[in-house]
Design a protein around this ligand. Structure first.
Ligand SMILES: [Zn+2]
Length: 376
């Protein structure tokens, strides 16, 4: 899940929003406004709207705290965290590496629901200290804010403890199976299967409720189920991929021949004669027989079209020394990790300062397809 709205960094972790979050923020605010109009109509429109918006914003903050707690545990166990993205059904912390032991996985999963439960309990206790009790409706706006934050955080914890991967509960289940069987790949398969099973349950339940007259509420459940199903399928596929690639070295699948162009060529010629004619995306730039860098359509796009006849490839290419490279012995899994982290589609394979090959995502995909076809 890529963030479309960037909010900045907390402790070096990129925080972002997915568009779907905005829809939810709006829905949360609107349903709170509706609630307040029913319970406390005497507050008047401006107080009601302000209370609803403040509640929604604070809920957003507590959701972020939930995700930051995952990130904090991951970090403390030596797993780098790249970003946190909030979307319709919560958030995801993008942790670069998978946990290497069951215990880490367990704590990384469970800390989120614990955080949400604690936040929920604190909010309800504060509301209670202001005179609110579970059997009464909140009388003042602060009471209402605290009550809703409390309920929503507890609901968040409960939802996240559904034992289907990739929800927190799924991680916890995975950790427990891992701990019992000692097999991380198998535990992911089991947790993903349970996740799919639960997802189907949500979909069927939602459809039944929809036809039973629950309307939007039923559709909402189906939507959650569909989302869970997709997520479970994706995490299942990811395990299959890394299982399939285990032990494969970069040197076994890298491209050994690559299109070469002269660095002094101008961009117009490069585009017309090479990029558009060969269908290749990554070119090796040579300067008097020595490899000096790589160039892809991405670099070309950084220059205005009008300047293409004057600018040379050398001016825009990515110099070899500035590139992330791998050695032939690197494992494919590691190479994919680097590409994921640096947001790259290809990596030069370098040995003793010389270019030995190029490895790209499409290369790895093709390898996976062939393997799947032949069932090796
Ligand atoms: Zn979580």
């Amino acid at each position: 899940m890529e963030a479309q709205i960037k909010l900045g960094r907390i402790f070096g972790v990129k925080i972002g929003l997915h568009y779907s979050w905005l829809i939810i923020a709006l829905l949360v605010t609107l349903s709170l406004v509706g609630q307040f109009y029913v319970i406390n109509p005497q507050w008047g429109p401006s107080v009601i709207w302000a209370t609803a918006i403040i509640t929604a914003l604070l809920f957003f903050t507590t959701l972020l705290l939930h995700e930051l707690s995952h990130a904090a545990v991951a970090r403390s166990r030596g797993l780098p965290v790249r970003s946190i993205t909030l979307f319709a059904l919560g958030g995801v912390a993008q942790i670069e590496k998978e946990a290497t032991d069951a215990k880490t996985e367990f704590w990384m999963g469970i800390v989120g629901p614990i955080t949400s439960i604690v936040i929920g309990a604190v909010c309800l206790t504060l509301a209670w200290s202001l005179g609110w009790s579970p059997s009464t409706e909140p009388r003042t706006p602060p009471m209402a804010v605290l009550q809703w934050l409390g309920y929503m955080n507890i609901a968040l914890a409960v939802f996240n403890m559904i034992p289907g991967f990739p929800l927190d509960g799924g991680r916890v289940l995975r950790a427990i199976v891992w701990w019992i069987t000692g097999d991380p790949a198998r535990s992911t398969r089991i947790a993903a299967r349970v996740g799919q099973f639960i997802a189907f349950g949500f979909i069927i339940w939602g459809i039944l409720r929809f036809f039973g007259g629950a309307g939007l509420g039923g559709l909402w459940l189906t939507l959650i189920g569909w989302f869970l199903l997709e997520a479970a399928r994706a995490s299942y596929a990811q395990v299959e991929i890394s299982e399939n690639l285990r032990g494969v070295k970069v040197s076994e699948v890298m491209a050994n021949d690559w299109p070469v162009i002269d660095g002094r060529m101008n961009l117009q010629t490069f585009v017309d004669e090479h990029l558009l004619k060969t269908g290749q995306r990554c070119f090796v730039v040579e300067d008097e027989g020595r490899v000096s860098g790589l160039v892809t359509p991405h670099e070309v796009k950084t220059v205005e079209r009008a300047r293409w006849p004057q600018a040379t490839v050398e001016e825009v290419m990515r110099p070899l020394r500035s590139l992330h490279t791998v050695v032939p012995q690197t494992s494919i899994t590691k190479a994919l990790e680097v590409m994921g982290r640096e947001d790259l589609n290809q990596l030069p394979v370098v040995h003793d300062g010389r270019l030995k090959g190029i490895i790209s995502r499409s290369h790895i995909l093709r390898l996976l397809q062939t393997r799947a076809e032949l069932q090796t």
